[in-house]
Design a protein around this ligand. Structure first.
Ligand SMILES: Nc1ncnc2c1ncn2[C@@H]1O[C@H](COP(=O)(O)OP(=O)(O)OP(=O)(O)O)[C@@H](O)[C@H]1O
Ligand SMILES: [Mg+2]
Length: 307
């Protein structure tokens, strides 16, 4: 298999503090790869090493077969990055920003102009291309940042929380553009705190915590390995006290009004127990669902375990 990204044993120290410890993974060409983890886990530090902004203390990075240490210019020219903190120029207009990035990447004047116009249109900025972006809203600035990152049509795109704090329209515009690039064969690495977004978009996710990889698999496989996070959700006709339901097979109960969620590794046995309490207390069940573990359940479990 051909890999777009190979991270091998990446370690980054800041003074005594080890922010990233022995992180390794491979991302096949065309894959949509997610990097998840709590605040301070080391996601941004990892992305900065992968994009050649930070040099690892130990380990190597290769992008489209080019070693970041030995061929930094070639490696960098095949990637685009939307960093955590915007890297666009506030005093320049949207068009000037895009064209400037195009110039960095050595595109001809004509190509720069053509691509900038097309991208500005596609990102919904057509009408405001010639305004300085310091007048733009956060979502509009973020769209400019995407345009700058992809003007050279990179094969690998890194996005560090690109949709954080954006409204539905801006978010959708960005997600749609990234999905399209991925469908056309581009490789994508996405960092997000929106686990449902990762679940929907990513072919594979890497969960990191305290600078280490704690899980690396498809969202489906990760959910499947956490069958203990399965649950039964029941709505009764009136509120019920949680304590009534604690039995061996129910590991956790969450209650909100008349609806309760019972976490269990054995839904069948859990439902039998719930029925017993229902009979004893003369309750009526209005609805009952068994739920597979969500990626969020897996994430919470894994990051609790490594804490
Ligand atoms: N330049 C730096 N100097 C010192 N410590 C740093 C530096 N950059 C990051 N760190 C530390 O490294 C750890 C990982 O930071 P990083 O920004 O990679 O986390 P993150 O996973 O991106 O978090 P978030 O979800 O909040 O963006 C943190 O404890 C942070 O304080
Ligand atoms: Mg970060």
């Amino acid at each position: 298999m051909e890999f777009a990204i190979v991270a091998d044993g990446l370690t980054k120290r800041f003074g005594e503090f080890v922010a990233v410890r022995d992180v390794s993974f491979e991302v096949p060409k065309g894959q949509f790869f997610g990097l998840l983890g709590p605040n301070g886990a080391g996601k941004t530090t990892t992305i900065r090493m992968l994009t050649g902004v930070l040099r690892p203390n130990i380990g190597t990075v290769s992008i489209m077969g080019m070693d970041m240490e030995r061929e930094p210019l070639r490696a960098k020219s095949s990637l685009g990055v939307i960093p955590e903190v915007g890297n666009v120029y506030p005093d320049l207009t949207a068009r000037e920003n895009l064209e400037l990035f195009g110039r960095y990447y050595g595109l001809s004047r004509r190509t720069r102009a053509e691509r900038a116009s097309a991208l500005l249109e596609e990102l919904g900025l057509g009408g405001r291309s010639d305004e300085p972006i310091k007048r733009f809203s956060k979502g509009m600035k973020q769209r400019v940042s995407i345009g700058c990152a992809i003007i050279h049509q990179p094969e690998v795109l890194f996005l560090d929380e690109p949709t954080e704090g954006l409204d539905v329209q801006s978010r959708r515009m960005i997600v749609d553009k990234v999905k399209r690039m991925n469908r056309e064969g581009g490789t994508v690495v996405l960092t997000t705190h929106n686990i449902e977004e990762a679940n929907q978009l990513c072919d594979r996710v890497c969960i990191i915590d305290h600078g280490r990889v704690v899980a690396l698999d498809t969202p489906g496989n990760l959910r499947a390995t956490f069958e203990g996070a399965r649950s039964v959700e029941v709505t009764f006709d009136r509120p019920v006290r949680c304590e009534a339901f604690f039995t061996q097979c129910i590991t956790r109960v969450e209650g909100k009004g008349n609806t309760m969620r019972f976490y269990t590794s054995d839904p069948d046995e859990a439902i039998r127990n719930i029925m017993k309490v229902k009979e004893e207390q003369g309750l009526t069940i209005l609805s009952l669902n068994t739920l597979a573990p969500s990626l969020e359940d897996v994430f919470v479990k894994l990051t609790e375990m490594s804490a």
